[in-house]
Design a protein around this ligand. Sequence first.
Ligand code: BJ8
Length: 421
Amino acid sequence: TGRYEAMWERLNLDLDAHASLLEVLGKFYGDIYMSQQGRLRGMEYLDFVLSEIHGLRIQELQEARANGRKVIGTFCVFVPEEIVWAADAIQVGLCAGAEAGTEAAEKILPRNTCALIKSFVGFKLARLCPFIESCDMVVGETTCDGKKKAYEIFSDYAPVYVMEIPQMKCAADRALWKAEVLRFKQAVEDLTGRSITAERLREAVVLINQRRRALQRLNRLRAAHPVPISGRDVLLINQVSFYDDPKRFTQKIEELCDELEDKVRRGEGVADGAVRLMLSGCPMAIPNWKLPYIIESSGAVVVGEESCIGSRNTRDLVDESASNLDELLDAIVDRYMKIDCACFTPNAERLEHIVDMARELNVKGVIHYGLSFCQPYAMESFKVEKALQEAGFPMVAIETDYSMEDVEQLKTRVEAFVEMV
Ligand code: BJ8
């Protein structure tokens, strides 16, 4: 880490607190990831990317900025990434999965705010995140009330731009969303000084679709018995997809999938005899690996994530057949309108997707994951449970945050569920 210290100092990080964060993260990663048996060759790339999380990738962003490119940070899969790449800017998903900084966050936010929100505010206030410090624009969105109001506060500390997200899916909502996509396009063009042409937008659509296709392929391979890859490895892959270079990442995941295909052909898997479970609910931002680790230490294996850091972000592609700028923008608008976040009402398609996934992946049960104080997902979990029950899948709802205090308690609940299904 010595060679990056000057860069972190330039980014105004709190060097001591940052050093302890990296130390904790490294230890946590060792326990949860490196301890797995028969690790896939393809995961070496992910190990490398993670070991360089605040190093090499930040250096790349800094170099890009020195060459005049802009960096745009996001917290939600609603932000149309294609627009950002088409303006030759770089999009990074900002992590919000660790407890560090919570104390600072609670000085300007209510304590009963979900951990994800406290985390992104806390990382900024405690000067721990080189990604936020590398951003020329941070995009917020009007999804849940917590985030919506937190961006107002956050805008005192970072260059925040807020997109309005519709709450329903009628024609008027689509029109609102289209207007918002156009307004965002203008904002990105203003920031970068580049105008988005049909040609560049199409290239960006293909670039991001390719990444989604690679992740779809990965998810399909998990339908195999036994499953060829652990759930926590796939979670990490999904998390890294938000901040790694998309082209390089896609190529590495395709290689990993080749390896998995061979494994499936040979009938090899991880966790032989483990109970197949699926996760559904709130996103697990990096480095939030708590629940999958607990599940996979309790005689089960996670074979799917119905989540924004999971299939909700990869399921739908943008139609590539559009021939001009307007059509491409419409295709983008339509693709993002399909997102079935619990912030929508009604949100029946999410229930269908969950049941379909449970069937396709042949799971024994579903664990619904809610972050404490997250109302949209907590409310919706009742409907999810009912839909799953009717389809013959048992579900347990687990609510937690990022602290490690409840690990034993969660383990007991997960073990009881694994035994029951
Ligand atoms: S599209 S899931 S990424 S909003 S956990 S902050 S909902 S109180 S994250 Fe999300 Fe976009 Fe929807 Fe996906 Fe609020 Fe709940 Fe916290 Fe949440």
